[in-house]
Design a binder for this molecule. Sequence first.
Ligand code: SAM
Length: 441
Amino acid sequence: MPKYLIYFAQAYPNFRRAELESLADLYGIEIDLSHHDESNPFIVVDLESDDAAKKIMSRSILGRGIYELWGSGKDLDELHKNIKESVDIETKIKLYKNGSFKFDFVGYKGKRDVKVRREMIESFSYLAFEGPIRMKNPDEVFVVVEEYVVPGHGKIAETPINMWFGRQIQLSSRTENILDKYDLKRRKYIGTTSFDAELSLVSCNIGQVAPGKVVYDPFTGTGSFLVAAANFGGLPIGSDIDPRILRGKSSQCNIPTNFKQYKTDSLFLDILTMDFTNNAFRSNFVIDSIVCDPPYGVREGLKVCGAKDPAKAVGRENVVIDGEKAHLRKDFIQPKKPYELSNLLDDLLQFSSERLPIGGRLAFWMPTANDDFEENFIPQHESLELVYNLEQEFHKWSRRLLVYVKRDATEYKGETSNGLKSNHIKHFRDRYFKGFSEKSR
Ligand SMILES: C[S@@+](CC[C@H](N)C(=O)[O-])C[C@H]1O[C@@H](n2cnc3c(N)ncnc32)[C@H](O)[C@@H]1O
């Protein structure tokens, strides 16, 4: 199989493998990333074709680009030697002999000046491409990729420690500036709960949001995951218990206007006010992916519909206003009661196990205090396989993207356990506001 060099961004290195594996799996592409080293932004992989490489990288947020590998070396001489000795170099040269082309340079932690670049390009003259050089839209871009190590604070790296040469196959959506486009600072409608754009997009990639597939966020808030899902062609539908957050600030500043801003309004299905624990979707409504950020009580309350004190509520269903039962009137505001997060996550896993197709994914974020986290705090369901537990660390706490795949019950039986009953998250809110100074008991 041909070899390809992947160049990653220096962001969330522990999420890279999950993102690319999830995209490869979505497109039925084989990829082995087991040798990925989080401290290194480069990896060489075998892939079946340029088409496979394009599919994976075009959607990637954490990758920068992918290149068909022609050779590698510690320095320019070694690089040239390696290219010349590669078995299929003649075939490769023939393929691109007459097309238009240009040379480009990618440097990690260092770069060459223009004069040196020109000399380096000359040194590749043995490739003897005969097509025209075109700086704009050439047929092929040949790239020298270099890795430098900065010798010390304030110092500049002079020579690279590794070099690769390859044909550019695909730059990622990150390189094409998707993060600018979705930056919360430029989004019309945001709120205190809006989720970071980069990680929303990454969550949708790992959640295998796909064109024409329904994506549900049961805790929509300002709709961060919904707009991210639509970017990948998903059909987003959301619900939230709080009608105000769904309504937005005005008719010009709300969730639908965000879709208009990104020109994805044709994909947007709907948003509805609904308590997730009293879910009103018909049972055969097909949901392909669930991607969300449940309420942890830090910036938003966790409430469900119901009376705090059921004894006091007895008979309230008989209250009549203007000849109409009060609870059936349009202006009726449901009483709400507090609910345990552990139960809400149980409900989320149960709902996902019932509604997702086999192979469908649930991806949700869960915060944890760093000093008393244990793997068994992660909730499990017997028909959902936990495939990723990806940590984003802050100072004293973390949040984890937990990703589950719905399995066929005839072939898979995992354990069902409610890790959070073990007290951990119950106290997350208290500990968050106390700066994690005391341990939960
Ligand atoms: C962490 S926020 C999600 C923020 C969202 N990702 C965004 O982009 O703004 C959690 C959301 O869950 C909602 N919520 C709380 N309890 C709920 C329930 N029982 N059912 C549905 N939504 C609920 C809150 O109103 C809040 O908007």
